[in-house]
Design a protein around this ligand. Structure first.
Ligand SMILES: NC(=O)c1ccc[n+]([C@@H]2O[C@H](COP(=O)([O-])OP(=O)(O)OC[C@H]3O[C@@H](n4cnc5c(N)ncnc54)[C@H](O)[C@@H]3O)[C@@H](O)[C@H]2O)c1
Length: 334
C-alpha cells in the first residue's frame, strides 16, 4: 500500500478524537474516512467539519471494508475489544493510552496482537514530542556519556472533574502512565517501583480514593534511577519537563510558552508568556508526528513503537506505583 491514501476511521469524537481527526485531515497519505461516536450529535459534528461519513455503529468499521486503519480515541474500557476486532478484520490500529485499566484484560490479547499481521501501536505521543525526542536522540548518541538519572516532571494545570476521576483508574493509570512510558523509552525495563502518593489539595480526588500528588522513584533493570514528579494542579500552567543526567553532562528541557517574548518593566524582569495550557496545545506536534510515523510504518511493514507490549509494560508500572503508594512498600517487578 504505497501509492494510495490510507483510509482511517476515528473512533471517539471527544477531546483526543478531535485532535486525531484534524491530524488525519492534514496528513499526506491519509484520508479521513469515517467518524464513529456513541453519541450521534458528536459524530455528526466532527464528521461535518471535514465533510466525511459518520456512524454510531462501530460494526460498520469492521464489516463495510471502508477503512484500512482506525485510531481508537473512545473511552479506555473500549480499547481491548476494538483492538481485537480490528485484528480480526485485518485493520491497523493506533490506540490511545492506557491499553486498559485491568492488566489481565490487557494481557488477554497480547499473543493475538503479537501474531497479528496488522500494525497495533499505542499512542504514547510524548515519545514524538520534538523536544523529548531530541533529548532522547542526544542521550542515545552519547552526548552526556552514560545516562545515570532521569527526572520527569508532569503537572496538569488543574484537577479534572470528579466524574472523570471516578472512572480514570487513578492518577498512575491515567496521568502518570505517560511518564512511565517515557521512563522506559529512556532507561528500558523497570525492576523496582517506590511511590509516595499525597492528598494535598483536592477533596474530590481524596473522596474517590485517589491521589492528587505523587512522587515515584524507579530503578531500571540495569540500575539507572528515575524520579517522576506529578500533580493534578499547577498554578503556573502545564508543567512538562525532563532532565537527563549522565557521566559527561546533563540535558534538560523547559516548558514552552506561546511566544519567546520576554518583558522587562519597573514591576518585573524576564517575565514571559504563560506556558501552553494543556496537552492539546503543548503536544500538538507530537500527535501529528505520531500519525505520520504510524502511516509510514504501515507502508513500510515495520512495527511502530510504542507497541502493545509497551502499553502493557507501562500499565504494569502504573499498577505497581498504585500498590506502592497504598502500601508504602517498594514493589519489585518480575
Ligand atoms: N494521548 C493523550 O495525550 C490523550 C489525551 C486525552 C485522552 N487520551 C485517551 O483517549 C481516550 C479518550 O479520552 P478523551 O479525553 O478524548 O475522552 P472524551 O470523553 O472527551 O471523548 C470520548 C468520546 O468517545 C465517545 N464514546 C463513548 N463510548 C463509545 C463507544 N463505545 N464507541 C465510540 N465512541 C464512544 C464519547 O461519546 C466521547 O465523544 C482515553 O482512553 C484517554 O485516556 C489520551
Amino acid at each position: 500500500m504505497t501509492n494510495k491514501n490510507l483510509r482511517i476511521g476515528v473512533i471517539g469524537a471527544g477531546r483526543i478524537g478531535i485532535v486525531h481527526s484534524g491530524s488525519v485531515n492534514d496528513t499526506a497519505g491519509a484520508e479521513l474516512a469515517v467518524i464513529v461516536d456513541a453519541i450521534e450529535e458528536s459524530a455528526a459534528k466532527l464528521a461535518g467539519k471535514y465533510g466525511v461519513a459518520h456512524t454510531t455503529n462501530v460494526e460498520d468499521i469492521f464489516t463495510k471494508g471502508d477503512v484500512d486503519a482506525i485510531i481508537v480515541g473512545s473511552p479506555t474500557p473500549t480499547h481491548v475489544d476494538l483492538i481485537s476486532r480490528a485484528i480480526d478484520a485485518g485493520i491497523h490500529v493506533l490506540c490511545e493510552k492506557p491499553v486498559d485499566l485491568d492488566i489481565n484484560r490487557a494481557l488477554s490479547i497480547k499473543s493475538k496482537v503479537s501474531n497479528s499481521k496488522t500494525n497495533v501501536s499505542i499512542a504514547f505521543n510524548r515519545r514524538y514530542d520534538p523536544n523529548f525526542a531530541a533529548v532522547h536522540a542526544r542521550v542515545k548518541a552519547g552526548e552526556i556519556g552514560n545516562l545515570e538519572q532521569l527526572v520527569l516532571t508532569s503537572r496538569d494545570p488543574g484537577e479534572p472533574p470528579r466524574a472523570y476521576i471516578a472512572v480514570s483508574g487513578g492518577i498512575f493509570r491515567d496521568q502518570v502512565i505517560h511518564d512511565f512510558d517515557i521512563a522506559r523509552f529512556f532507561v528500558g525495563d523497570i525492576a523496582e517501583v517506590s511511590t509516595f502518593g499525597g492528598n494535598l489539595f483536592s477533596k474530590d480526588i481524596e473522596a474517590e480514593n485517589d491521589f492528587d500528588t505523587a512522587i515515584t522513584n524507579l530503578r531500571s533493570k540495569d540500575g539507572k534511577l528515575v524520579s517522576v514528579i506529578n500533580s493534578r494542579h499547577s498554578s503556573y500552567g502545564y508543567d512538562q519537563r525532563i532532565e537527563a543526567f549522565g557521566s559527561k553532562g546533563m540535558l534538560k528541557i523547559d516548558n514552552i510558552a506561546d511566544t519567546t517574548v520576554r518583558s522587562y518593566t519597573s514591576d518585573h524582569t524576564e517575565q514571559r508568556d504563560p506556558y501552553m495550557n494543556f496537552f492539546l496545545e503543548r503536544y500538538a506536534a507530537s500527535y501529528r508526528k505520531e500519525l505520520a510515523l504510524f502511516i509510514e510504518s504501515i507502508n513500510t511493514g515495520k512495527q511502530l513503537n510504542p507497541t502493545y507490549e509497551d502499553g502493557c509494560q507501562a500499565l504494569i508500572i502504573a499498577d505497581a506505583a498504585t500498590e506502592s503508594a497504598k502500601t508504602g512498600k517498594v514493589v519489585t517487578l518480575k
